[in-house]
Design a protein around this ligand. Sequence first.
Ligand SMILES: Cc1cc2nc3c(=O)[nH]c(=O)nc-3n(C[C@H](O)[C@H](O)[C@H](O)COP(=O)(O)OP(=O)(O)OC[C@H]3O[C@@H](n4cnc5c(N)ncnc54)[C@H](O)[C@@H]3O)c2cc1C
Length: 427
Amino acid sequence: MTLQVSKNVTVVGKVDAPIFDPRAFRLSDEQAAIITRARELGQTIFADRAAAFDRDATFPTENYRDLHRAGLLGISIPKKHGGLGAGYQTYALAAAEIGRYCGATALTWNMHVCSTLWSGPLADDLDMETGMRAEHERRRAVHYKRIVDDGAIYSQPFSEGGAAAAGGAAFGTEAKPVDGGWIVNGKKIFASLAGHADYYGVLCTETAEGEKASRRNTLYLAIPAKTEGVSVVGDWDPLGMRGTVSRTLLFKDVFVPEDAALMPRGVYFQAALRWPHMFLTLSPTYIGLAQASYDFTVRYLRGEVPGMPPVKRRMYPTKQIAVAQMQIKLEQIKAIWFQAVTEACANPSKEQVLRAYAAQYSVMEGANELAALAIRTCGGQSMLKSLPLERIYRDSRCGSLMLPWTAELCLDRIGREALYEPGETDE
Ligand SMILES: Cc1cc2nc3c(=O)[nH]c(=O)nc-3n(C[C@H](O)[C@H](O)[C@H](O)COP(=O)(O)OP(=O)(O)OC[C@H]3O[C@@H](n4cnc5c(N)ncnc54)[C@H](O)[C@@H]3O)c2cc1C
């Protein structure tokens, strides 16, 4: 089978089937076309580049140029602003396809896309006064134009090493109101795309003189990377997701103009309460990695992995049972995750929120379980650096660490929220 990627590039070989078959999962033709675009880019271009970004822990800049050319930097930007107009579910399914071929590209692309998804379709579901909504509409058009026209890349540095990214306290990064904007001071750790994004979508707390920091006053500001007072520090040599280049960002007396706001005052706080699935967007990458472990195992046991001798190992009953276990696990993860991303909405029911936590937990832990099983089943030669499986194993280990919905915090929330109604105590 051949695949026409662009006017000049044709790829000969086996084209992967979609993770979620459009007919079986009742996707529209428009959704299927966007998701196919992501899968083709991933399989034909990103897959081959992934090893180098991982080895050198360098940012996949070339992939971002391709994402821009393919229109995918603007996947969730409304059509009237030149984007593809994809909603939450379509984005999630497309991101899973990218994650299947390059985890670091999918994870960083998530940070970028969320700046448009949260300020776009998600913000449209939230309450704003008419004047505030008009101002938001004007401001987000500026961000969208930069992305669509110039290929600008946005990131999402939230984490600070304290309780804020887990939703337990106000962000320590402070924005002091001044004429025409704010002065921002603070530090963000694990800031994926550090040194490579054009705008850092920073969550910070607006603090007036003498006022106590409150989560209600969270601001979401797109700070231009080149602004005076912004610096990137520290090294980056982690176990997995090495291409994300998640170094530390410092903000020292950084002036940020009012138009940098990605959401109006109070709207991020409202979103975190009313649109909790916004925190499930780190999971698509790991659905892709789960699928990649399974794909690799089937190919390997059939003797079809490029660059390897065509030795078949599929005739051993133990390997057949392991593949059966992998297939069952993969289908379980896919099923709960598909339901969760399909029902994402404002004001979800308690059952839907618990399901979203359960989906996140299942994907993040399950992706690494599948990778471990894949290595055990395929054997020693399968974990050589010349093959993608060991990278998938390392990348998939990172999923459970992502705040605010780490695997631990999902368990914590499910247990508590299943047993207590809001406001209930044992007093
Ligand atoms: C590859 C990668 C890329 C990342 N990219 C980004 C990014 O772009 N932007 C960004 O903002 N962050 C990013 N992060 C950071 C991530 O979301 C977490 O903030 C970070 O991993 C937390 O570091 P820690 O585990 O040392 O935190 P710690 O605060 O030490 O937490 C350790 C664990 O304790 C538990 N815990 C923490 N707080 C609480 C609490 N209040 N109640 C109960 N349990 C709690 C959680 O399970 C947590 O995982 C990235 C992380 C990785 C691994």
